[in-house]
Design a protein around this ligand. Sequence first.
Ligand SMILES: [Ca+2]
Ligand SMILES: [Ca+2]
Ligand SMILES: [Ca+2]
Length: 427
Amino acid sequence: MNSKLLVTAVLTFLAATAAQATPFNGYIVKVKKGSNFLSSKAVSNYGHVTKIAPTSFGTFGRLETNKGLSDKAMQTLANNPEIEYIEPNYIITINSDKASPMDAMFGKQWGMTNTGKNGGIFSPGVAGEDINVAKAWDITKGATGDNTVRIAVIDTGVDYNHPDLKGQMDVNLAELNGKPGVDDDGDGFIDDIYGYDFANKDGDPADGHGHGTHCAGVIGASHNSIGVAGVMANVKIVAIKFLSDAGSGETIDAISAIDYGIKRKVQVMSNSWGGGEKEQSLLDAITAAEQAGIVFVAAAGNESSNNDSTASYPANYDVSNVISVGAFTSQGAKSSFSNYGLKTVHVTAPGSNILSTTKGAYANMSGTSMAAPHVSGVVGLLLSQEPGLTPAQVRERLVRTSTQTAKLKSASMSGGRVDAYRALMNQ
Ligand SMILES: [Ca+2]
Ligand SMILES: [Ca+2]
Ligand SMILES: [Ca+2]
C-alpha cells in the first residue's frame, strides 16, 4: 500500500525534472521511526549523508552524490522499507533577487554575467558587458525557455550523453523505443533518435570534434549544479551533424541538414559555420526554412573583414530569417577576428574566451561560432514567450533592443550587444 504511494511520488519527481531542471543539492531522505539507515553501510552505496535533521515530524538526512542518482537508484531507495520518501533537496533563494544558476562553473561564464573579473587570464573584462540574461531569467513567463522550443545545432554533432546536455535533447521516442536498423517513424531516416549525421549518413550525430557540443552548451546546458549553464534552461536541442569530426563538410550535406531540421519542426537553426561562394542550393534551403517560419542564426565569420564589401556565407544570404552574428570580447569591444558590417551583420554577442561544454568535458573557445549560439538561445527565450513572432520580427526585435555602446557602434546594424532582458521586455 505504502510502497505504491512512494512509487507515484518518485514518478512525479521524474516527470518534474524532465519538465524543468530546478537546481538542487543532493536529496532529502526521510527515514522511518527507529531506522538507522542514515548511519548504515547500505547508504554508502548511494552517496554520503552530510547532514541529519531530527525533527518533531521525523528524521531527515541530506544524501549527497557526485553525479546525482539514477532513476533506478531513486526507485530502489523509494522501495526500501526503512525509507518513507526521497526527493531532491532544492535550492531556496530569497524572492527579491535573481535566481542565479548554481552550476559550478557559472561564475566563469562572462558572456552570461560579466563581473569585470571573469573575462579570462588576459582580459579580466568589464562588468555588465554581457547579454544581460540573468535579469531576463527573473521574468516569470518563459524566462528560462520552454521545452516546446526546438533548436537545431547544425554542426559537428552534439555529445548528447554529456551530463550537462543529455536532459536537453529532443528525443525521437519512436526511434528510441523502436528497432535498431529500422526507420520506426517512417521519416526516411533510420535510428534518428537525437538527430542525424549527414557527414557519415547514419542516425548517430555524436560529436567527434567538440565544436557542435560547445555551441549546444551555450544555447542550453542544463541548469543543474554542475558545469555551465546555457542561455536556455528549458529547450530541446536537435543535433544535426554535417561537418566531419575534422570540422569540415559540404554544401550538399548542409542543405540535407537544413531540410532535416525543417522535418523535425525546429523553430531555430544555429549555424556556426561558413565558407564557399554564394550557392543557390543553400539559398533555396534557407528560403525553405524561412517559409517554415524558422529563424536561421549564422556566425558572421572570423576573417576580421567587412561583410558589407566581402560577403561571407551563409551569414550574407539576403533572406528575412537570417540573423548574422558578430562577436565581442569580455571588455565589450569587437573581437579582433570577428567580421563586421553595418548593413549585413545584424547583431553582436559574446565570442571571445567562452566557456562551454565540449566532448565529455568543458573548454574555452573563441569565434563568431560562439557568438551565434548565444543569439540562438536568446531567440529561443523570445519564442518561448512570444511563439507567434515571424523570423523577420525576431530579427527586428534583437536589432532594436540591443544595448548600444560606443565600442560596438560600427560592428553591426544594432550598434551594440544583444540584450536578452530588453529583447524579452521589448524595450
Ligand atoms: Ca526515423
Ligand atoms: Ca530504429
Ligand atoms: Ca549545468
